[in-house]
Design a protein around this ligand. Structure first.
Ligand code: HEC
Length: 136
Protein backbone atom coordinates (compact mmCIF):
# COMPACT_ATOMS: atom_id res chain seq x y z
CA UNK A 1 0.00 0.00 0.00
CA UNK A 2 2.80 2.31 0.94
CA UNK A 3 4.60 1.55 -2.31
CA UNK A 4 1.49 2.21 -4.33
CA UNK A 5 1.00 5.52 -2.61
CA UNK A 6 4.61 6.47 -3.24
CA UNK A 7 4.43 5.73 -6.92
CA UNK A 8 1.16 7.60 -7.18
CA UNK A 9 2.87 10.55 -5.57
CA UNK A 10 5.79 10.31 -7.97
CA UNK A 11 3.33 10.11 -10.84
CA UNK A 12 1.38 13.16 -9.76
CA UNK A 13 4.59 15.10 -9.12
CA UNK A 14 5.69 14.32 -12.66
CA UNK A 15 2.31 15.56 -13.76
CA UNK A 16 2.83 18.83 -11.98
CA UNK A 17 6.28 19.30 -13.47
CA UNK A 18 4.96 18.57 -16.95
CA UNK A 19 1.98 20.81 -16.61
CA UNK A 20 4.05 23.72 -15.37
CA UNK A 21 7.17 23.51 -17.46
CA UNK A 22 6.00 21.98 -20.72
CA UNK A 23 2.57 23.52 -21.00
CA UNK A 24 2.75 26.56 -18.75
CA UNK A 25 0.63 27.37 -15.77
CA UNK A 26 -2.63 28.69 -17.11
CA UNK A 27 -4.88 31.35 -15.67
CA UNK A 28 -7.51 28.64 -15.25
CA UNK A 29 -5.20 26.60 -13.07
CA UNK A 30 -4.34 29.66 -11.03
CA UNK A 31 -7.97 30.51 -10.44
CA UNK A 32 -8.63 26.89 -9.46
CA UNK A 33 -5.73 26.94 -7.00
CA UNK A 34 -6.81 30.31 -5.62
CA UNK A 35 -10.34 29.06 -5.00
CA UNK A 36 -9.00 25.96 -3.28
CA UNK A 37 -6.77 28.20 -1.15
CA UNK A 38 -9.78 30.27 -0.23
CA UNK A 39 -11.61 27.08 0.77
CA UNK A 40 -8.64 26.06 2.88
CA UNK A 41 -8.64 29.42 4.64
CA UNK A 42 -12.38 29.22 5.23
CA UNK A 43 -12.13 25.73 6.64
CA UNK A 44 -9.40 26.89 9.00
CA UNK A 45 -11.53 29.81 10.11
CA UNK A 46 -14.47 27.49 10.71
CA UNK A 47 -12.21 25.32 12.82
CA UNK A 48 -11.26 28.30 14.95
CA UNK A 49 -14.84 29.39 15.40
CA UNK A 50 -16.11 25.91 16.23
CA UNK A 51 -13.06 24.95 18.24
CA UNK A 52 -12.38 22.03 15.94
CA UNK A 53 -8.75 21.06 15.41
CA UNK A 54 -9.60 18.69 12.59
CA UNK A 55 -11.06 21.47 10.47
CA UNK A 56 -8.05 23.65 11.15
CA UNK A 57 -5.72 20.84 10.09
CA UNK A 58 -7.71 19.89 7.01
CA UNK A 59 -7.98 23.50 5.95
CA UNK A 60 -4.26 24.02 6.44
CA UNK A 61 -3.44 20.94 4.35
CA UNK A 62 -5.70 22.07 1.52
CA UNK A 63 -4.25 25.55 1.67
CA UNK A 64 -0.66 24.30 1.65
CA UNK A 65 -1.19 21.84 -1.17
CA UNK A 66 -2.49 24.50 -3.53
CA UNK A 67 -0.23 27.29 -2.33
CA UNK A 68 2.75 25.12 -3.26
CA UNK A 69 1.55 25.10 -6.88
CA UNK A 70 0.88 28.74 -7.61
CA UNK A 71 2.74 30.70 -10.22
CA UNK A 72 2.29 34.37 -11.04
CA UNK A 73 0.76 35.65 -14.24
CA UNK A 74 3.60 36.63 -16.56
CA UNK A 75 2.39 38.12 -19.75
CA UNK A 76 4.80 39.98 -21.98
CA UNK A 77 8.55 39.64 -21.89
CA UNK A 78 9.62 42.21 -19.33
CA UNK A 79 12.41 40.27 -17.64
CA UNK A 80 12.41 42.47 -14.54
CA UNK A 81 8.67 42.15 -13.99
CA UNK A 82 8.89 38.44 -14.58
CA UNK A 83 11.59 37.74 -12.02
CA UNK A 84 9.98 40.14 -9.54
CA UNK A 85 6.70 38.26 -9.87
CA UNK A 86 8.34 34.85 -9.49
CA UNK A 87 10.40 35.96 -6.50
CA UNK A 88 7.39 37.48 -4.82
CA UNK A 89 5.30 34.38 -5.44
CA UNK A 90 7.93 32.02 -4.07
CA UNK A 91 8.42 34.21 -1.03
CA UNK A 92 4.72 34.64 -0.27
CA UNK A 93 3.95 30.95 -0.87
CA UNK A 94 6.72 29.93 1.51
CA UNK A 95 5.41 32.31 4.16
CA UNK A 96 1.82 31.09 3.78
CA UNK A 97 2.88 27.44 4.09
CA UNK A 98 4.95 28.17 7.19
CA UNK A 99 2.22 30.28 8.80
CA UNK A 100 -0.33 27.50 8.19
CA UNK A 101 1.97 25.01 9.93
CA UNK A 102 2.66 27.44 12.75
CA UNK A 103 -1.02 28.10 13.24
CA UNK A 104 -1.88 24.40 13.49
CA UNK A 105 1.01 23.78 15.89
CA UNK A 106 0.04 26.72 18.08
CA UNK A 107 -3.49 25.45 18.28
CA UNK A 108 -2.29 21.96 19.15
CA UNK A 109 -0.11 23.49 21.86
CA UNK A 110 -3.17 25.17 23.39
CA UNK A 111 -2.20 28.64 22.23
CA UNK A 112 -5.34 29.61 20.33
CA UNK A 113 -4.55 33.33 20.33
CA UNK A 114 -1.17 32.76 18.78
CA UNK A 115 -2.78 30.36 16.30
CA UNK A 116 -5.33 32.99 15.33
CA UNK A 117 -2.60 35.57 15.06
CA UNK A 118 -0.68 33.44 12.57
CA UNK A 119 -3.90 32.72 10.70
CA UNK A 120 -4.50 36.45 10.28
CA UNK A 121 -0.98 36.81 8.92
CA UNK A 122 -1.85 34.29 6.19
CA UNK A 123 -4.57 36.62 4.94
CA UNK A 124 -2.09 39.47 4.93
CA UNK A 125 0.18 37.50 2.59
CA UNK A 126 -2.75 36.86 0.25
CA UNK A 127 -3.48 40.56 0.12
CA UNK A 128 0.16 41.53 -0.35
CA UNK A 129 0.32 39.48 -3.47
CA UNK A 130 -3.08 40.56 -4.75
CA UNK A 131 -2.21 44.20 -4.28
CA UNK A 132 1.14 43.88 -6.04
CA UNK A 133 0.65 41.54 -8.95
CA UNK A 134 -2.98 40.68 -9.35
CA UNK A 135 -3.65 43.61 -11.63
CA UNK A 136 -0.65 43.03 -13.87
C1 HEC B 1 1.51 34.86 -5.99
C2 HEC B 1 0.61 35.87 -5.62
C3 HEC B 1 -0.67 35.46 -4.94
C4 HEC B 1 -0.83 34.98 -3.68
C5 HEC B 1 0.24 34.71 -2.65
C6 HEC B 1 -2.24 34.78 -3.51
N1 HEC B 1 -2.91 35.12 -4.64
FE1 HEC B 1 -4.91 34.91 -4.93
N2 HEC B 1 -4.70 35.66 -6.82
C7 HEC B 1 -3.49 35.98 -7.41
C8 HEC B 1 -3.74 36.38 -8.78
C9 HEC B 1 -2.66 36.80 -9.78
C10 HEC B 1 -5.13 36.28 -8.99
C11 HEC B 1 -5.91 36.58 -10.28
C12 HEC B 1 -6.13 35.22 -10.93
C13 HEC B 1 -6.18 35.33 -12.41
O1 HEC B 1 -7.15 35.94 -12.91
O2 HEC B 1 -5.27 34.79 -13.06
C14 HEC B 1 -5.71 35.83 -7.73
C15 HEC B 1 -7.06 35.60 -7.50
C16 HEC B 1 -7.62 35.10 -6.34
C17 HEC B 1 -9.01 34.80 -6.13
C18 HEC B 1 -10.15 35.02 -7.16
C19 HEC B 1 -10.26 33.77 -8.00
C20 HEC B 1 -11.37 33.91 -9.02
O3 HEC B 1 -12.31 33.15 -8.94
O4 HEC B 1 -11.27 34.80 -9.88
C21 HEC B 1 -9.15 34.32 -4.88
C22 HEC B 1 -10.43 33.85 -4.20
C23 HEC B 1 -7.83 34.29 -4.29
N3 HEC B 1 -6.92 34.76 -5.21
C24 HEC B 1 -7.57 33.85 -3.03
C25 HEC B 1 -6.30 33.84 -2.45
C26 HEC B 1 -6.03 33.45 -1.08
C27 HEC B 1 -7.07 32.97 -0.08
C28 HEC B 1 -4.70 33.60 -0.90
C29 HEC B 1 -3.89 33.36 0.34
C30 HEC B 1 -4.06 32.14 1.06
C31 HEC B 1 -4.13 34.09 -2.14
N4 HEC B 1 -5.14 34.22 -3.04
C32 HEC B 1 -2.79 34.33 -2.33
C33 HEC B 1 -2.25 35.97 -6.83
C34 HEC B 1 -1.97 35.53 -5.54
Amino acid sequence: MKIIRKSLLAFSLTGIVLSTSAFGYSQEERIKDMRAMENGVQQMQKGFLYNNLQDIQKGAELLKKHTAKIEPPVEGDDEFKRSYAYDLTRREAKKIIKLADDSVNDYKNHQPRQAMNNFTKILKQCMTCHARIRKW
